[in-house]
Design a protein around this ligand. Structure first.
Ligand SMILES: [Zn+2]
Length: 790
């Protein structure tokens, strides 16, 4: 095949001069003075799912979303948002947003009718002043979700009651917010409302909406500075809360649309970099149980954070146009979303954990989660705190909705891949593009372009940053200008039936994780050990259709891999037939075969409710080499994803970790705190092991490179006047020597003085990591205000 360089431009080259760009009717661009965005979202309903994605949405329709009223409480006619006396906070709004998205992506009459009952009640609830929803609460936060739902519903139906309702409500907000400012969750999630306010401004041009947008910025958490330092500002509400962190990412992005400032523009990607560095798990996101929780392989990600991060990504993909964001987005959608839900979409886990060989109920306080509800790993239609069970429904339909977007110059862009069909009108001409693919289980994407008549418009394809030697062909002729991590623009006059073929080959690569562990990735998929799952129903729900399930491992899980770090040569990829549901472990179409040895010393801990921390690599094992099977993360509920390695050097991820910490606490801020005036540490961020009492605990700081250390100073936290934290019974400093923790030699003495800096000097060590190991006093907890190692 010959190369045809003409008509092709990469994203970084100037486009051929076009006639006045005409955007698809389904795309409403930003109205001045808002910044023009590189992409414009399409109305809900413009993109349909086909292939495995359609099957996934059908499972959701027949599973938890379509039957939520049977499986989870509080969604019946009593709900406050349906005009009843019941729940009037976030539960109804969360569920309705997912339901409406699913209903109009699938065009399902039954789901639409189900949603309409809520919509009618909400529209009818508006007071003459403009307030909407139950009178039981005037919290701005759940109304942010309702506003988003109403705009989705409007995009799909054009119901002419919606815009006046939203305008009236926004006028009410602007008038009321000076005396009733954003409070608690609304303060953290203000970016959600700003996005809707801009949506409404683009459709109406009402100038007061820009004043409201500015006020919503002013009264919110200081997200931009947090995303760069992970230190909060005075007055912030729960800024380290994982779901807030994910939702808050819309805040700088939407502000950027109004301000055009570089600070706002760069905060989204800065957030990703900081969060991955300090709290990153090698499954595509960072921990949050519920607050950010470090890099341990047994920490998890709340289901709300998964779907909210996806929505924030979708907003950022449109406004910032950076293809890397879509790479990250796919990794969440194709791993964490199916990994956290059961394969028939009837149950889920509150926390999705990289290394999770057992999933059962536990006594509260057993697991190392600041918020341990006792059923966070239980596989249930309402696992953990009752937020995710209402919120998770939007994940897949919103992925489909944003898989395609309009381009600023009047074309269409494939933003995130999967089997879909986009249908729009450009300048009055209907255009459909069918995307046939088994992606991410296949590297090949086939597009068929069908304009109603010959039509010139640019078609942009995202070339994933991991795609090695990607190729794109138009009607059988490969085109030039394909670059990893950029958008390829194909500008031509499209004829009905034109074919575009894209190939995105990928290499198998390792990603480094906690304690030098490694996870295996190929393209957007991360792989986990195939563990046989023994499933037991522990609570019958809805006549046995949506039971609560406990999972125990029915095969060995404690393996170390015998591979090289980087691009391992001895991992075998096997492809099978594409099944209807690719997330079933027994029939998933892509598997890896990897040499491994068992590690008998690596077992379950904490009343056998979780795996012990992954041992520090490299590890030794006398066991025989076996060939183990890895399947996509999303195909297992029980899994090991961050493996110890038998080969190579220790690779430590820098960062601050602890055996346990209290959710309201700051973590590594004790490395930067000034010396306090007393152990009470008034007004100072602290670290505590609360609510653990009398236990042995540790905190660990891992450096970027080897450091010589000969003294450690600790300022203990003690709240004898009001609380249950005391100086510890005893402590010691250990350091990492190769892959072993050793106590420092000739320590001058480990002080436990209150209201003083306790310094211990010892023979200098050269190390990558130190630990302060603490034995708490019986019946008491403890903590630190300052930690220095020199
Ligand atoms: Zn949640």
């Amino acid at each position: 095949m010959k190369l045809v360089p003409v008509l092709i431009a990469s994203a970084t080259l100037p486009l051929p001069v076009l006639a006045q760009a005409v955007l698809p009717t389904e795309a409403v661009p930003n109205r001045a003075p808002l910044q023009q965005a590189p992409f414009v979202a399409l109305a809900l309903g413009s993109v349909d799912a086909t292939g495995w994605l359609e099957h996934q949405l059908r499972l959701q329709t027949n599973g938890l979303t379509g039957h939520a009223e049977e499986a989870i409480s509080e969604l019946g006619p009593d709900n406050g948002w349906r005009g009843g006396p019941g729940e009037g906070w976030e539960k109804g709004p969360y569920f309705l947003r997912g339901l409406v998205s699913l209903a109009y992506v699938t065009d399902d009459a039954k789901l639409k009718a189900q949603g309409q009952k809520w919509i009618e009640a909400i529209l009818a609830s508006q007071t003459p002043e403009g307030q909407i929803g139950p009178k039981s609460s005037n919290d701005w936060w759940p109304r942010m979700v309702i506003c988003w739902t109403l705009r989705d519903y409007y995009e799909a139906t054009k119901d002419e009651r919606v815009i006046p309702c939203l305008l009236k409500y926004c006028r009410y907000m602007l008038q009321k917010m000076p005396e009733q400012p954003l409070f608690e969750w609304a303060k953290a999630r203000s970016g959600d409302q700003i996005d809707t306010v801009h949506w409404l401004y683009n459709r109406t041009g009402e100038a007061f909406l820009l004043d409201l947008s500015a006020l919503l910025e002013k009264q919110a958490n200081r997200w931009n500075s947090f995303y760069r330092s992970l230190d909060g500002s005075p007055g912030d509400f729960r800024i380290v809360h994982g779901v807030n962190v994910s939702q808050g990412m819309k805040f700088p992005v939407t502000n950027y649309e109004r301000t055009g400032s570089t600070d706002d523009k760069t905060a989204f990607k800065d957030a990703w970099a900081t969060l991955r560095k300090k709290h990153g798990l090698s499954v595509g996101m960072w921990s949050g149980t519920e607050p950010l929780a470090g890099k341990s392989t047994t920490q998890g990600i709340e289901m709300c954070s998964i779907v909210e991060q996806m929505l924030s990504n979708e907003v950022a993909m449109e406004a910032l146009g950076d293809p890397e964001i879509a790479d990250w987005h796919e990794r969440i959608a194709f791993n964490l979303l199916p990994g956290g839900t059961t394969k028939e979409f009837k149950q889920f886990q509150y926390y999705t954990v990289p290394n999770c060989p057992v999933a059962r109920k536990n006594e509260k306080g057993t697991l190392p989660y600041a918020d341990d509800h006792g059923d966070d790993l239980l596989v249930s239609p309402h696992s953990g705190f009752h937020c995710c069970c209402y919120n998770l429904h939007m994940g897949w339909p919103k992925y489909v909705q944003h898989a395609w977007m309009a381009t600023q110059d009047g074309g269409l862009a494939a933003m995130a891949y999967g089997p879909t069909k986009v249908s729009v009108k450009i300048g009055g001409t209907p255009v459909t593009i069918e995307e046939e693919t088994d992606y991410p289980f296949s590297d090949v994407v086939r597009l068929t372009v069908r304009p109603g008549k010959d039509l010139a418009f640019p078609l942009k394809l995202r070339i994933p940053s991991w795609a090695v030697n990607a190729r794109v062909a138009v009607n059988g002729e490969f085109v030039s200008g394909v670059k990893q991590g950029e958008f390829l623009t194909i500008q031509r006059t499209w004829k009905a039936g034109d074919k575009v073929l894209a190939e995105f080959p990928a290499e198998i690569e390792t990603e480094n994780g906690f304690n030098g562990s490694a996870s295996l990735w190929r393209g957007p998929l991360v792989f986990s050990l195939r563990i046989k799952e023994q499933v037991e129903s522990v609570t019958k729900i809805a006549g046995g259709k949506f039971d609560e399930l406990e999972y125990r491992p029915g095969s060995a899980w404690n393996y170390a891999l015998d591979i090289e770090r980087g691009k391992p040569g001895n991992v075998k990829l096997t492809r099978g037939k594409m099944p209807e549901n690719p997330w079933l472990p027994e029939s998933t179409p892509v598997t890896l075969t990897v040499p491994a040895k068992r590690l008998p010393s690596w077992g379950l801990v904490r009343q056998e409710r979780m795996a012990d921390e992954v041992p520090l690599s490299p590890v030794k094992s006398e066991e025989p080499v076996e060939q183990v099977t890895l399947v996509p993360f999303g195909a297992q509920t029980l899994r090991i994803t961050a493996f110890p390695l038998l080969r190579g050097e220790a690779v430590l991820e820098p960062g601050f970790t602890a055996s346990h910490h209290h959710g309201g606490d700051a973590t590594d801020v004790i490395l930067r705190n000034p010396t306090p005036a007393s152990s009470r540490g008034e007004g100072m961020p602290r670290f505590t092991f609360w609510n653990h009492v009398g236990t042995a605990e540790w905190i660990q700081n891992t450096y970027e490179e080897v450091k010589e250390i000969s003294s450690v100073s600790v300022y203990w936290f003690d709240d004898s006047d009001s609380g249950r934290c005391r100086v510890p019974q005893s402590w010691q400093v250990t350091y990492l020597d190769g892959s072993e923790w050793k106590p420092v030699a000739n320590a001058s003495g480990y002080g436990v003085a209150k209201d003083a800096l306790n310094t211990v000097k010892f023979d200098a060590v050269k190390t990558r990591a130190i630990r302060v190991e603490v034995k708490l006093q019986p019946e008491f907890s403890g903590g630190l205000l300052q930690l220095k190692a020199e």
